[in-house]
Write a protein of this length. Structure first.
Length: 315
């Protein structure tokens, strides 16, 4: 399989990520969602001449693309096709041991959005797919055409935080009685008839939340994030740092709560009134407030508007 033609890809909050990671020569780092390779290239440059980077992605096309882009770094770059949730297993398989830093970007890359054949965007008509890994069994079309109305409404409400989810689900079911949904444009046009478009052109497209919900469901993204957070601290060295870039409130809330839990000194159950563990924090939060792109970055890259960055250091 050949990767799609190279489109423009801009890593979000790159300067802030690199400031938090404090990359140094000789270190071992991980980009758990390598995408277009923006963070990867910056890390390899910052850790020259002997730092190493393990780069993961569950999209085979992304691995091929980054291999081609960063081949000049030779064996300092280790590419693995895998979900970021499998990071502990990949590190054990490769015998890398604990690492100095990890970054994950939980958003959809520009390559996915700009390639109509992947079905992530309603801006260009394409098959209703949305699989980051083309080997996954279900597409967005399968969910839209097969889920019962109640389940579909719940999915759009909980994963998309769409208040008109029941109205949208009802319209989808009525439409599919006549014919199956096959394309992104077909679904987007239906939603536009139901969700009022704001006169403010800066507001999101009416279909954004529904497409987000379907993408999260198809790829099991919240489950992957939960799995990642359950194991990532174990692969970091003491003093190692983790950066997570998220793009909507569900993921950011999970990251925020996990960071707060790691930063607690007491490890006793919350129901216990007095501390008996004489514990210590597992991590030190490095971003007291979530970091967001500034106006200058948004002018260069409008897709960064919803990005949120949090960082933590392992104690």
């Amino acid at each position: 399989m050949q990767p799609a033609p190279a489109q423009q890809h801009v890593p979000v909050l790159l300067r802030e990520v690199m400031t938090i990671l404090e990359c140094r020569p000789g270190g071992i780092y991980v980009d758990g969602t390598v995408g277009g390779g923006g963070y990867a290239e910056a890390i390899l440059h910052a850790t020259a001449p002997d730092g190493r980077l393990l780069a993961l992605d569950w999209d085979a096309e992304a691995i091929l693309r980054v291999h081609r882009r960063l081949s000049a770094y030779g064996d300092r770059l280790i590419l693995e096709r895998a979900s970021f949730a499998a990071l502990p297993e990949v590190i054990e398989k490769l015998g890398l041991g604990p690492v100095d830093g990890v970054v994950v970007d939980l958003g959809v890359s520009s390559f996915h959005l700009d390639d109509p054949s992947r079905g992530f965007s309603f801006q260009q008509d394409g098959p209703l797919d949305m699989r980051m890994d083309r080997g996954l069994p279900r597409t967005a079309a399968d969910l839209v055409n097969e889920l019962p109305e109640g389940e579909l409404a719940d999915l759009i409400f909980h994963l998309g935080e769409e208040r008109l989810s029941r109205r949208i689900a009802r319209a989808i079911v009525a439409h599919r009685r006549e014919r199956r949904f096959e394309s992104t444009g077909e679904l987007a046009r239906l939603i536009e008839k139901i969700v009022p478009r704001s006169p403010d052109t800066r507001r999101i497209h009416p279909a954004t939340r529904t497409f987000q919900a379907l993408r999260l469901a198809v790829n099991g993204e919240l489950e992957a994030l939960k799995g990642f957070l359950s194991g990532v601290l174990n692969v970091l060295k003491p003093g190692g740092r983790l950066c997570v870039v998220s793009f909507h409130s569900l993921e950011d809330r999970m990251v925020k709560e996990q960071f707060k839990d790691w930063a607690r000194a007491c490890r006793c159950p919350r129901a216990v009134l007095a501390c008996h563990c004489e514990g210590r924090p597992l991590g030190k939060i490095l971003t007291k407030k979530v970091l967001r792109p500034g106006e200058e970055e948004l002018d260069r890259n409008p897709r960064a508007r919803s990005a949120r960055l949090r960082g933590i250091e392992k104690c």
